[in-house]
Structures are given as C-alpha cells and as structure tokens.
Design a binder for this molecule. Structure first.
Ligand code: CMC
Length: 422
C-alpha cells in the first residue's frame, strides 16, 4: 500500500492526496490545491531542494555513502582521485579510466604566472589563506572565459579538471604567501596528495616525499571531506550555479560559505577552543559554560547527524596512526575528555549532539604541521569535488534558478518624508 498524506483546504473543503515517496512529499503537488501559498521553512530544515544520486546520508543511523559505497570502505581502500572520479561520474573507474583521469589532473596543476604574481601578491602579508583561496578561485574565472559555456559537457569537464587540479596549488600557494616562503611548483612525479604536501612543506628539496603514514592520513581526510550532500557550501554553489554563473565563481561562493565557523571553519574553531580550555582540569568548567549557553562546543552537533558522525570515528582512528609518527598531540587528552563528558551528559544526549567531522581533524592537521588558518583550506580542497559533482548534476537536471519565497513582516504604504521633517 502506498503511504500518503491528505491536505484539506478548510476554506473550500477541497482536498489533495500526496503520496509519500523516498521519505517525503513532492511540494509541487500541493500547488494545484494551494496556489500562491508559501511554506515557511527557515534554514531549509524540512525542505529537500533537489533530487540527487551522489551522496546518501542517514543522520539517525550515522550512515554515509558516496554513490552507494559506504564511506568506511572508501576510506580504507581508495584514493582521493578515485573517489573524485566516483563522485563526478557515478562509478568507480577502471584502471584505464583512472590512469587517464589522474594524468589529466596531473597536467593541469599549474597556475598562470600572472595569477600568482598579480592576484596573490596583491594581498596583505598576513591575509587569511581562506580569503586568498576564495578570491583566487573567483579570479580563475577571468583566466578561463570559455567556462561560461556551461551547456557544453566537454567545457564543463575541462573546468572540473582544472579546478580539482589547481585547488591544491592555490591552497599551498596561499600558505606559502602567508609565511613569506617561495612558491613551490607542482610535481608531476607525485600523486595528488603527496604533491600537495610537497608544495606545502618542501624547502629546496627537489625529491621531497611525505612520510607514508602522514600521506595516507591526508588521503583519508580528503576522501572523508569530498562530499556531504546538500550542506551550506554545496547549497551556495548550487544557488549561484543555478543563475548559470561559471563554475569558478560558483565554487568561490561555496568557499565563502565554508569559511564560516558554523561550517568548515569549525575545525579551526575546535583547535582554538581546545587551546582556550588549556588543560584537562578545566574541561568540566568549560562544559558548564556550554550548557549555560555562554559557549558552543565546537566540533559537536550537526543538522543531519543525530548519531555519531561516521567520519569522526574514522578520523579518530587515523589520528592514532599520525600520532605514532609525530608524537601525541597534547590537546588530544582534552578532546577525549570533552567527548567522554558530553556523551554522558543529558544536555548533549537529549539534544543528540555527537562529535562531527571537525572534532578530531584539527588535531591531526596541527600535528602534521599545518597552521590553524589552513584547516578550512584543507576542507575546501577535497570538497571542491563534491561542489562540482552537485553543480554538474544540477545543470544536467535542467534546474530553474533558485529563488525562495519570503514572508513579508514589514510595514506597507508609508509616505516619503523629506529629511528635514523627520
Ligand atoms: N554546543 C552546544 N549546544 C549545541 C551545539 C553545540 N555545538 N550544537 C547545537 N546545540 C544545541 C543548541 O543550543 C540547541 O539547544 P536548544 O534546543 O536548547 O536551543 C540545540 O542543540 C539544537 O541546535 P541548533 O542550533 O538548532 O542546531 P542546528 O542544526 O541549527 O546547528 C550546527 C547545527 C552544526 C550549526 C551546530 O550544532 C553548531 O553550531 N555546532 C558547532 C559548530 C560545528 O561543529 N560545526 C561543524 C558542523 S559539521 C561540518 C560541516 O558541515 O561543516
């Protein structure tokens, strides 16, 4: 039997029956009964803005799948570029497809010299790297005017390759700029993740390679951050993309959204919070301030997960592999105690607040030598794949421009008063 709901317009007595499909109802079916009537849904808490076949997320069960593959399997066996192919094309690649995809990405990593010299050099010496990255991605739009041809699938794929390939270069260049270090050119002999780490950390060593355990941890973190369905930044990319803006400015909009401390900026906020707490003994007092509403426990809570974020569990395990190489991060004990206290406290239990992806990732990044300001940048590099997968899916769906309704609560019909009479 098909489940359904019936809505009755009490003004006219007319009803419409709407089937419940895939856990929801199609709002457009209501339009026939209720033309012109809006649905108030601030922050889109109950609005599905699209159908999508990219990422499955069950927040209650704590399950996450990319194109049907559990995140745990991908984190264990895959590489970021293989996952990128999966997200963008729908299937895991064959060997030939993967070779060709990796080759394409490897040969599009360089930045135009004018870009590096004129755009990045225009920033203040201590500019936040997310500011550089966001502006830099938008700036790329002006270097590739053909990217405006968004209806051409080949042109679209060319920009996807460029963006996936150049994000690590842009990110590392932002870091080197902020440190006053010379830029390091991309290296074609290295894989995607090793190349990024080399552009970040090598100094006058042509044959620099990362520690294999740290490289694998970075790969896992890239995989875990590659997509998360209709989150704030992906929605930003889709909304801007729905106006048929080019992919560079659409991704720049997503970067801007990710920059916020409630979203991708949370990993940076977690580290600042742990530093502020300072010691194991101060955890209880801090938790009291959280419960009284003075603070938020950063890295906890999620709009969709009402269970342990599966990515947080994988990151927590990966942290031990990293600390085996770098030595234990001294802030780990504070983080573990915060988690232990929170998971036993009715405030957090009743609100279903669990660690999210950002709670442990910052500890790894810090131990690997990344400064706090780079944490959100490290989120943006892999998430570019997700943003582009959704941007492409949206264009293939023949979507309309995003344009929500509002409920107007202001005044009406006021008469203009000259300034000297107010
Ligand atoms: N610490 C303390 N209380 C919290 C927290 C928190 N981190 N998160 C939610 N709450 C409380 C909130 O005060 C509210 O309580 P009450 O019902 O008494 O008013 C209740 O839980 C529901 O919170 P909400 O603000 O309505 O939840 P939301 O779905 O709008 O917000 C969130 C989700 C992620 C913005 C929020 O949990 C938060 O600010 N967390 C900290 C920042 C963070 O870690 N963000 C990373 C999210 S995961 C990665 C990503 O997607 O970018």
């Amino acid at each position: 039997m098909t489940e359904s709901i019936t809505i009755t317009d009490n003004r006219t007595g007319e009803s419409v029956e709407v089937p419940i499909e895939n856990g929801g109802v199609d709002a457009s079916a209501w339009k026939t009964l209720l033309p012109g009537l809006w649905f108030l849904d601030p922050a889109f808490g109950t609005t599905a803005s699209t159908e999508s076949a990219i990422t499955y997320l069950d927040g209650g069960a704590g399950e996450l799948e990319y194109r049907g593959y559990p995140i745990e399997q991908l984190a264990e066996h895959s590489t970021h570029l293989e996952v990128a192919h999966l997200l963008l094309n729908g299937d895991l690649p064959t060997t030939a497809e993967l070779d060709s995809w990796v080759d394409d990405i490897t040969h599009h990593t360089f930045l135009h010299e004018n870009f590096r010299r004129r755009i990045y050099d225009a920033f203040h010496y201590d500019a936040h790297p997310m500011g550089l990255l966001t502006s830099g991605v938008a700036g790329l739009s002006t270097f590739y005017p053909s990217s405006k041809e968004i209806d051409d699938p080949d042109v679209r794929m060319q920009q996807i390759v460029r963006l996936v390939a150049k994000m690590p270069t842009l990110a590392a260049a932002a870091y080197r700029f902020s440190k006053g270090l010379p830029f390091v050119f991309p290296r074609n002999d290295l894989d995607y993740t090793s190349n990024f780490l080399a552009m970040m950390f090598s100094i006058a060593e042509d044959d620099w390679v990362p520690d294999p355990a740290l490289k694998r941890a970075m790969e896992i973190l890239f995989i875990l951050h590659a997509d998360h369905e209709q989150n704030c930044s992906t929605t930003a990319a889709r909304v801007v993309g729905s106006a048929h803006a080019d992919p560079y400015v659409s991704v720049a909009a997503a970067c801007a959204a990710l920059y916020g401390p409630r979203h991708g900026g949370a990993n940076e906020a977690v580290l600042r919070m742990l530093g502020e707490i300072g010691s194991y003994d101060n955890v209880d007092a801090y938790m009291e301030r959280v419960k009284s509403g003075e603070e938020r426990l950063m890295g906890f809570g999620h709009r969709v997960y009402k269970n342990y974020d599966p990515r947080a569990r994988i990151i927590k395990d990966a942290a031990h592999d990293v600390f085996a190489v770098t030595g234990k991060n001294p802030l780990l004990d504070i983080a573990l105690k915060l988690e232990e206290v929170a998971l036993a406290d009715p405030y957090f239990v009743d609100r279903k607040l669990y660690p999210n992806v950002d709670f442990y990732s910052g500890l790894i990044y810090q131990s690997m030598g990344f400064p706090t300001e780079m944490f959100t940048v490290l989120f943006a590099i892999p998430r570019t794949v997700g943003w582009l997968a959704h941007w492409q899916e949206m264009l293939e769906q023949d979507s309309r421009i995003a344009r929500p309704r509002q409920v107007y609560t202001g005044e009406r019909g006021r008469q203009y008063v000259p300034i000297d009479e107010r």
